[in-house]
Design a protein around this ligand. Structure first.
Ligand code: MSP
Length: 474
């Protein structure tokens, strides 16, 4: 039996159109999913949209639509963009799916029956932009530091609370002790330390319902309240499998998220699962953020980059490459049109594209016949490449491939095949063709279309020059 591998992205809020940040997480999740398929794992890859809550309701009102029509419309833009980026998901979950709503209610009811939910007054602030309860000490000049243009809502209402504090100790143990039956990994390592220190500094119970937000799932035993949007969203990872009849994929092997929502994914979600008696995910990985030319991306700054625009300029594989190679692993990553164009020209037009064209041109002039070898991505000689991918160091994995590209270029310059004949020429070409085919195999998860084109072009019996893979751009 093949190993199962279940990978998820965050489900995106439908208050906004898809942008490069959403594309970042979803493209790299697709790379990981494809990589695991090549390792022969049984893969389930989930993405979707988060459609309830005050923020979405506000945007719907601004657009003059009833919430359901609004979310249908925006959710579609997410669902439709992913295939255009060569992303193949197994299911697209929407939190307005009636089955999802039922499952969320079942989970919350279980926790309620266990005695982990109680009613109390919530006094404090709520930031609609973050969809998060915030304390006075979080405020900077009276505003949420992430949404300085919005007024934080002062709130005083009766809510249901979840006993998060009760789970702090068991979670610390589950994170720290690899032998704990609930052990899970938080990565990269720096993020694990951050979460542990916050857990150790004391955790308070959290409000998990809202009295005045009607766009949400009703609390099953008290329909005057709706379930807090995060408590409705997190269970999507679990409900999606129930809805598709793929429960055997639980628990998730990897939740891929941005760093701003790590606390929800590495603490609150696990506490919910512990309380409901459901097993915990294996790993939560948080990446950092794209900055556009040194600035935060925002509508008001007008510097938002949309995936459609990237595809239009760089093509599908070009976009996938630019995203993966600038992946904000631990630090934020500064990107922008100029940087992308430079990188595209250097690595794809001049690097990979040029090498393929050079080898094809040389081979075209001969009658070389070579053994087609069965190249496997699992080959031990690619050990470093695998290690990088296992840590989600996409940039490092690509550097491994691009070193081979420059070595092959150097090999051509040194051996000058254009000055060779007969057996010697064939030897040099055979070496180069094998190199390019190996490079294509390693690139399969990243640039699936390109890898296929190269494999076809060099499959023989006669190798011919083709159109440039990546035309130079300005
Ligand atoms: N709806 C919640 C997630 C619920 S998951 C149960 C949410 N949605 S979101 O639309 O705001 O998407 C946030 C995610 O988008 C981030 O965690 C990250 O994956 C991605 N990104 C958004 N902006 C980004 C950048 N500027 N850079 C990289 N990724 C970022 O939070």
């Amino acid at each position: 039996m093949n190993k199962k591998f279940y990978i998820t992205t965050p489900i995106y809020y439908v208050n906004d159109k898809p942008h490069i940040g959403h594309a970042c997480t979803t493209i790299v999740a697709d790379i990981i999913a494809r990589y695991h398929k090549l390792l022969d794992d049984d893969v389930f890859f989930l993405t979707g949209t988060d459609e309830h809550g005050a923020k979405v309701a506000q945007e719907a009102a601004k657009a003059g639509l009833v919430p359901q029509d609004f979310v249908d419309k925006v959710s579609r833009t997410f669902e439709e963009i992913w295939p255009k980026l060569g992303i193949k998901t197994d299911f697209f979950i929407r939190t307005t799916n009636p089955e999802h709503k039922k499952i969320v209610q079942e989970v919350i009811r279980k926790i309620y029956k266990k005695g982990d939910i109680y009613k109390a007054r919530y006094e404090g602030f709520y930031c609609v932009g973050c969809e998060k309860f915030i304390t006075e000490t979080d405020l900077v000049d009276g505003k949420c530091p992430f949404h300085p243009n919005q007024e934080p809502q002062k709130q005083s209402e009766e809510n249901y609370f979840f006993k998060l504090s009760k789970y702090a100790r068991p979670l610390i143990k589950a994170i720290e002790d690899p032998k704990d039956k609930n052990h899970y990994q938080i990565s990269p390592p720096g993020k694990k330390e951050e979460i542990l220190s916050r857990l150790k500094s004391g955790v308070e119970d959290i409000s998990i319902s809202r009295a005045n937000v009607s766009w949400g799932i009703p609390v099953p035993w008290d329909p005057t309240q709706t379930i807090y949007v995060w408590f409705d969203a997190l269970p999507n990872y679990y409900s999606a499998l129930k809805i598709t009849g793929k429960e055997n994929f639980w628990p998730a092997d990897l939740h891929l998220v941005g760093k701003e929502i790590l606390w929800f994914h590495a603490v609150i979600w696990e506490a919910i699962l512990l309380s409901a008696g459901i097993s915990l995910p294996k790993e939560v990985f948080a990446h950092s953020f794209y900055m556009i030319d040194g600035k935060k991306m925002s509508k008001s700054l007008g510097n938002v980059i949309e995936p459609e625009e990237l595809i239009k300029k760089f093509g599908v594989d070009g976009t996938r490459y630019l995203i993966a190679s600038s992946f904000p692993y631990e630090n934020d990553s500064d990107v922008g049109w100029e940087k992308f164009t430079e990188k595209y020209n250097a690595d794809l037009a001049n690097g990979l594209g040029n090498l393929v064209a050079r080898i094809a041109k040389l081979a075209e002039q001969t009658n070389i016949k070579y053994k087609i070898l069965n190249i496997k991505i699992t080959d031990k000689k690619f050990k470093d490449f695998h290690q990088s991918l296992e840590k989600n160091q996409f940039n490092e994995a690509l550097t491994f491939v691009w070193n081979r590209i420059s070595n092959a270029d150097r090999y051509i310059d040194i051996n000058k095949p254009w000055s060779l004949k007969g057996e010697k020429l064939n030897q040099v070409l055979e070496y180069l063709i094998l190199e390019i085919l190996e490079i294509a195999v390693l690139l399969e998860p990243f640039l699936p279309e390109t890898a296929e084109k190269i494999q076809k072009q060099f499959a023989g019996p006669k190798i011919k020059s083709e159109k440039p893979l990546f035309p130079r751009l300005r």
